[in-house]
Design a protein around this ligand. Structure first.
Ligand code: IFM
Length: 450
């Protein structure tokens, strides 16, 4: 298995999941500080206060990346480090930190791939309405401009948002993520304002970045499949596909919202938060689309539960556990879902280069005297990379792949219980130990395949 010359190999992380140091260098509180410190929100009461202590240990972590031969590193900037309250002038100490990180990466020939928003909204902005407020999109554009102006000469690839579906629907509909709201109508507003933030942010970045800069957004696209051959199951697929995929892909790549999703959710909202001028902004051209993929989604018609759900107006949809092996998250392992997702975007939307910005798996790793035997993770990565290679052969313009994650980290509502890293982190000592998958990945990078 050999990948094309120039295929980008990388690993990904996110600020709140690894950095720790919540009150260092003038950082303000984010919604994830508030949420994780609220009893009952995160397994074991875990918080990101220390995490993998990467804010302090970034030099060692970059050295580890270099040892692994990583050509690219995808990380996120913590908005409340740059604007502690989400608005106003930049906090220079926060910008300095990311400038040092970027310099360290470049010194080791590792290309920085920077995400501006991986869910850590400054708490003050949430207090003024969060993503439910249109103004938050304008604030995001200002923040993007500040970071772009400072790091644009050194960072070639930029991503506005990571997984706006999660930010909108886990954050404002099911309440599983910060800020923990359970208001389906508000979640649809939030989705729109996140997309608007992406569009305004892209325009702001274009104004300050060199013309060679590559701009993108990352979506967690779902491979939605019917659990039965019935009209009800077909309709369930349409509804979930609408909210998971088309609600984002259509405005971004085709300049309109899906009519059926607007109709399905009409009893919750009249969508008057969408102004006529918004869609041209949201569909501002980007240079590549980031796709995060983990597991397929199987649905059928049936009595869903009445509790908070991340799927507005989908009470008659049930989620069915696909047969076969799962990861420690309980997520079915099926690389064919990745094939489904990349081909769908390639075939149904305007031609756009794609990048797999996250793919990986949590398993119940055990640290032994000689490291971590994680054959299941290696098999997972190999199967998904095989699909990537086959998609490229079939003509899909797929430019790179980032493993999630470089390090074990704070897995949101699951705290430190779930380990996605290819490098093990002992949270008591902060010692990093390469899992077998890290050794394997180094070899894959070296030989551009296996
Ligand atoms: O850890 C997350 C990441 O922050 C966003 N994508 C999915 C990962 C695994 O759940």
């Amino acid at each position: 298995m050999r990948f094309p010359e120039g295929f980008v190999w990388g690993a990904a992380t996110a600020a709140y999941q690894i950095e720790g140091a919540p009150d260092v260098d003038g950082r303000g509180p984010s919604i994830w500080d508030t949420f994780s410190h609220t009893p009952g929100r995160v397994v074991n009461g875990d918080t990101g206060d220390v995490a993998a202590d990467h804010y302090r240990r970034y030099r060692d972590d970059v050295a580890l990346m270099a040892e692994m031969g990583l050509p690219a590193y995808r990380f996120s900037v913590s908005w409340p480090r740059i604007q502690p309250g989400g608005k106003g002038p930049a906090n220079q100490a926060g910008l300095d930190h990311y400038a040092r990180l970027v310099d360290e990466l470049l010194a080791k020939n590792i290309t920085p791939v920077l995400t501006l928003y991986h869910w850590d909204l400054p708490q003050e902005l949430e207090d003024s309405g969060g993503w439910g407020a249109r103004d938050t999109a304008a604030r995001f554009a200002e923040y993007a401009e500040l970071v772009g102006a400072r790091l644009g000469d050194r960072v070639p690839s930029w991503t506005t948002l990571n997984e706006p579906w999660c930010a909108a629907f886990l954050g404002y509909a099911s309440g599983e993520h910060a800020p923990g709201k359970t208001d389906p109508a508000l979640s649809l507003r939030a989705a729109h304002h996140l997309l608007l933030a992406h569009g305004l942010g892209t325009q702001a970045l274009r104004g300050v970045l060199p013309s060679t800069a590559q701009l993108s957004i990352t979506l967690n696209l779902a491979a939605v499949l019917p659990a039965a051959t019935s009209p009800g199951a077909t309709n369930a697929v349409r509804r979930i596909d609408g909210l998971a995929n088309r609600l984002f892909l259509d405005p971004l790549l085709a300049g309109h919202y899906p009519v059926d999703v607007r109709q399905d959710t009409a009893r919750l909202t009249d969508w008057s938060f969408v102004l006529p001028e918004d869609l041209p902004v949201i569909s501002t051209p980007i240079d590549f689309l980031g796709i995060n993929y983990y597991s397929p989604t199987l649905v059928d018609v049936g009595p869903g539960n009445d509790g908070p759900s991340p799927w507005p107006a989908c009470e008659n949809v049930v989620f069915v556990q696909p047969p076969g092996a799962t990861t420690a998250m309980g997520w079915a392992i099926d690389a064919q879902g990745l094939r489904n997702v990349v081909h769908r975007v390639h075939e149904q939307y305007r031609p756009i280069p794609l990048m797999i910005t996250e793919n990986g798996a949590a398993f119940d790793d055990e640290l032994g005297v000689d490291g971590v035997r994680d054959d299941e993770r290696i098999a997972y990565l190999r199967d998904h990379l095989t699909v990537v290679r086959e998609a490229i052969s079939a003509g899909v313009d797929l430019r790179g792949y980032f493993v999630w994650s470089l390090l074990d980290n704070f897995e949101w509502a699951f705290g430190y219980e779930k380990r996605f890293g290819i490098v093990h982190v002992d949270y008591r000592t902060q010692k990093r130990v390469w899992k077998d998958s890290a050794h394997w990945y180094r070899q894959v990078i070296r030989t551009n395949g296996w």
